[in-house]
Design a protein around this ligand. Structure first.
Ligand SMILES: CC(C)CCC[C@@H](C)CCC[C@@H](C)CCC[C@@H](C)CCOC[C@@H](COP(=O)(O)OP(=O)(O)OC[C@H]1O[C@@H](n2ccc(N)nc2=O)[C@H](O)[C@@H]1O)OCC[C@H](C)CCC[C@H](C)CCC[C@H](C)CCCC(C)C
Ligand SMILES: O=P([O-])([O-])O[C@@H]1[C@@H](O)[C@H](O)[C@@H](O)[C@H](O)[C@@H]1O
Ligand SMILES: [Mg+2]
Ligand SMILES: [Mg+2]
Length: 188
């Protein structure tokens, strides 16, 4: 919830980056696929124990993840499938990063699994509640942007294990926040 307030602040910069891509005829879905590949490269670097480089690659992957939607909106090419693809690839990216961190022995696999479950539940709750008519349920202390930035920043300092612990706790707090928000909005 916190980081997404900055979307407007970075919008101009993102649009400046995508304009040449629009002129070159690059499609939003192509950028979405590229963003996933970059995130998977970051996950692999975590597996290899290179957490600082992995963090920088993930940061670039987040930039790419911001570019696909920006390109879509700027060119009037937003699509339902594109939204689906973007969200689905976010899940693959989130899971791969935590898997790479655990497999690379950079954090306890049990904590990584709790973080993984919490992260997926947060996003699933939003999707299921919005499907049930809750309206936009982008609530909670650790949306995807916050979870990702926690992993990136702690990895940049060489201590991604602290980031995994933090995500495990904050994601489950967000699970409870969204549970309550959904109850308030959906109770008959
Ligand atoms: C190290 C270098 C090599 C590179 C580093 C460059 C940095 C300067 C990069 C800065 C990255 C910054 C923009 C994001 C940082 C926050 C990030 C960790 C959080 C996650 O970001 C997610 C991102 C995108 O979210 P979505 O995919 O949900 O949104 P969209 O794609 O826009 O919209 C989806 C929507 O679009 C339609 N659509 C999509 C795809 C498609 N194919 N078809 C479609 O139709 C459809 O409608 C979909 O529903 O969110 C970005 C916004 C972010 C939350 C803003 C936060 C800004 C933050 C404060 C800036 C922090 C900067 C950072 C600390 C800088 C440090 C740099 C230093 C370390 C080098
Ligand atoms: O913030 P969060 O709810 O955990 O996760 C979000 C998903 O719910 C949403 O579908 C997707 O488009 C966003 O990019 C983000 O991944
Ligand atoms: Mg995106
Ligand atoms: Mg995304």
């Amino acid at each position: 919830m916190v980081l997404n307030r900055y979307r407007e602040n970075v919008k101009g910069y993102l649009e400046a980056i995508v304009r040449p891509l629009a002129r070159a005829g690059v499609t939003p879905n192509t950028i979405t696929v590229l963003g996933l590949l970059v995130s998977l490269a970051g996950a692999y670097l975590f597996y290899r124990g290179e957490q600082i480089i992995a963090a920088l690659v993930l940061l670039f992957g987040s930039l790419v993840d911001a570019l696909d939607g920006t390109l879509a909106r700027l060119t009037g090419k937003t699509s339902r499938f594109g939204a689906f693809l973007d969200s689905t690839f976010d899940r693959i990216s989130d899971g791969a990063v935590l898997f790479g961190i655990a497999l690379g022995n950079l954090a306890d696999w049990r904590v990584a699994f709790i973080a993984f479950m919490g992260s997926y539940l947060v996003s699933y709750e939003r999707c299921r509640a919005e499907l049930a008519g809750s309206g936009r349920l982008a609530v909670g202390i650790a949306e995807r942007a916050e979870r990702l930035l926690i992993i990136i920043i702690t990895a940049l300092f060489g201590h991604v294990e602290y980031g995994v612990y933090a995500v495990a706790v904050l994601a489950w707090i967000t699970v409870l926040q969204r549970l309550y928000a959904a109850y308030q909005r959906l109770r008959e």
